[in-house]
Design a protein around this ligand. Structure first.
Ligand SMILES: NC(=O)C[C@H](N)C(=O)O
Length: 307
């Protein structure tokens, strides 16, 4: 392909009544990135714009709509990177609409790769990234979930990713873009897991776990972060590509490995010049993709392309 994009909107037990919003959200983000890439925009700019759109969509567990932690607060993580090992990552940031753009500024303007917590907020202020009120990121659905979980005797965040319960609306967002100059970029953003401990960081902002990219391909992950980071799923996927597997084969192998090694639950998307791949072992994952070889966007949410 000359250029292309794949997007995910989270891998978990997406309830039936949230399917439409998830599909609309990933398709809109995919279209935005594809149109940019067609116009000659760089992969990194297209990837940032794509994730920003999903961060402002309250359907997803990223930006507005994020889960709240045990204190009832939103703490977000994000990563953005190019295939030249330029990386920006942010953990536990609060009160900004677009963590992905903070990550981008870290990549573009500092010598660092990752900033966390209050330090990340100080940096965002210095960069004149607009701050918002904590309530601006909170949606009623998440407040209700917070109170419901607080009432529970026992809550296991991993269960939200399997087929154990129906909880409305959650899903990290991510994308991989290839531009006309053969550059690949990844961007991933999340509010983490429900009722997480304050300070908990998942896979998303960790290079090689939530995302990874080299010239041979880019990967973005989603799912139960503690499992994804144990197997460094994104880096594993690219190692399969290096061994000669196609993006689809690499995606399937990485998800099999996730299940076999740590009984993990999650999904990944992969893209390189040879093609697109995606795989998940959760009940559903929202995804959309289009390469320059395709006439239109493909999207889905159920296993086996059964939509
Ligand atoms: N919804 C998600 O994908 C959550 C994210 N992977 C985390 O564990 O923080």
């Amino acid at each position: 392909m000359e250029f292309g994009v794949i997007v995910h909107g989270g891998a978990w037990d997406i309830p039936d009544d949230a399917v439409e919003n998830h599909l609309c959200g990933v398709r809109a983000a995919c279209k935005l990135a594809y149109d940019f890439l067609e116009d000659g925009t760089s992969a990194i700019d297209a990837a940032e714009a794509c994730v920003r759109l999903m961060e402002q969509d309250p359907t997803f567990d990223a930006g507005k709509g994020s889960f709240v932690n045990q204190l009832g607060e939103v703490e977000m993580d994000a990563i953005i990177a190019t295939d030249e090992y330029r990386i920006g990552s942010v953990c536990g940031i609060q009160n900004v609409f677009h963590p992905i753009s903070v990550a981008r500024k870290i990549m573009d303007t500092t010598k660092h790769v990752m900033l966390v917590g209050e330090g990340a907020n100080i940096f965002a202020r210095e960069q004149q990234i607009p701050e918002c009120n904590p309530e601006d990121l909170l949606v009623g659905r998440e407040l209700q979930r917070y109170h419901a979980i607080k009432e529970m005797k026992h809550f296991e965040p991993k269960e939200a990713f399997g087929s154990y319960q129906k909880t409305n609306g959650m899903g990290t967002v991510g994308c991989v873009c290839l531009d006309k100059s053969h550059n690949i970029a990844i961007a991933v953003s999340t509010g983490g897991t429900p009722f997480k401990r304050p300070g908990r960081v998942g896979d998303t902002p960790l290079w090689g776990s939530g995302g990874y990219v080299e010239s041979i391909g880019g990967v973005a992950a989603t799912g139960y972060g503690e499992d994804l980071m144990r197997v460094m799923i994104s880096r594993q996927s690219i190692d399969f590509i290096r061994k000669g597997y196609s993006p689809q084969e690499a995606a399937d192998l990485a998800i099999t490995l996730l299940g076999e090694k740590v009984n993990g639950l999650g999904g990944i998307i992969i893209l390189n010049e040879k093609g697109i791949g995606f795989s998940f072992n959760t009940p559903r994952m929202a995804y959309a993709f289009r390469s320059s070889d395709d006439d239109s966007i493909s999207s889905g949410i159920n296993p086996n392309n059964d939509n």
